[in-house]
Design a protein around this ligand. Structure first.
Ligand SMILES: Nc1ncnc2c1ncn2[C@@H]1O[C@H](COP(=O)(O)OP(=O)(O)OP(=O)(O)O)[C@@H](O)[C@H]1O
Ligand SMILES: [Mg+2]
Length: 266
């Protein structure tokens, strides 16, 4: 595991490019007999521009970790820093894609994408062209006046990604965004996401319990163990970019998947 620079000052001789730092993050839910330790002592540094996946079995605390990073819930102790500043509420510099596509069914696709602009009380008209450009980039040109129900699951998740990108965030936090899609669509969305990520130059944190998806997308994969959630192992993914579907048949890809599977079940 890449140790947190703050736990050992000798580790980093060069100026830090840390974008996100988890410092000894702990989270409990409930109290008394119902108290449960969801996350324990998470230390992790994510570099600027890095694509990091958080991998782990159901219930190990992935969503909790991402919600803390997004400032949606506070840690019980420890902290998360973004650009060196403690996160305590959602900020404009972050885009969030939820586990389920949460589009507002009574709003058009364009109105859904512009929702964060309204939440931050900015001028929606000024962002209209940007929203249309994002739709175009995501292969959804012409769907701006449609309603979510008129789109397939994959198209709806692409709208969720457009909504997350509308404020040009420097960090994109994604919670199993493709979990509900069929295997073929999911692989297409993985390639699409990498294309968007390389264009937008964001730092990406991607939650999944799919090993192949984590390897395909990431620079590093952080494996969480469960009960309580903790960093079990961190894998570097030395596959070249741009990644293509052919990489999935590469011997190194297959070896990494096997190593992760073993580590997950160990
Ligand atoms: N608001 C909450 N109140 C009480 N317990 C919670 C709450 N949110 C999460 N938990 C508990 O914390 C643990 C981690 O939940 P979390 O949703 O982070 O897991 P996950 O890794 O995202 O799982 P999945 O892969 O199924 O989405 C679980 O045991 C869950 O029951
Ligand atoms: Mg989850």
């Amino acid at each position: 595991m890449r140790e947190n620079a703050n736990s050992n000052p000798n580790l980093r001789q060069v100026p830090s490019t840390a974008k996100i730092e988890f410092r000894n993050v702990m989270k409990t839910f409930g109290s008394g007999a119902k108290r449960m330790l969801a996350l324990n002592g998470i230390n992790l540094t994510i570099e600027d521009g890095e694509f990091v996946s958080i991998l782990g079995e159901s219930g190990c605390g992935k969503t909790t970790l991402l919600r803390i990073a997004a400032g949606l819930i506070p840690p019980s102790s420890g902290s998360v820093l973004m650009d060196g500043v403690a996160v305590n509420k959602p900020g404009r510099n972050m885009g969030f894609v939820f586990q389920q596509s949460v589009l507002l069914e009574w709003r058009t696709i364009l109105e859904n994408i512009l929702l964060p602009v309204e939440i931050f009380r900015l001028d929606a008209k000024a962002y209209r062209q940007k929203a249309l450009d994002l739709l175009n980039m995501l292969g959804l040109a012409g769907f701006e006046s449609h309603y979510p129900i008129q789109l397939s699951g994959g198209m709806q998740q692409r709208v969720s990604i457009a909504r997350a990108l509308i404020m040009s965030p420097t960090v994109l936090l994604m919670d199993e965004p493709f979990g509900a899609l069929d295997a073929i669509t999911r692989e297409q969305m993985n390639s699409e996401l990498l294309r968007i990520w390389s264009l937008s130059k964001t730092t990406a944190v991607f939650i999944t319990h799919d090993i192949g998806e984590a390897v395909f997308l990431s620079d590093r994969v952080v494996l969480l163990g469960s009960r309580p959630g903790r960093v079990k192992e961190v894998f570097d993914i030395p596959l070249p970019r741009p990644r293509t579907p052919e990489h999935r048949y590469d011997a190194r890809f297959i070896r990494l998947c096997r190593d992760m599977k073993h580590a997950m079940t160990a």
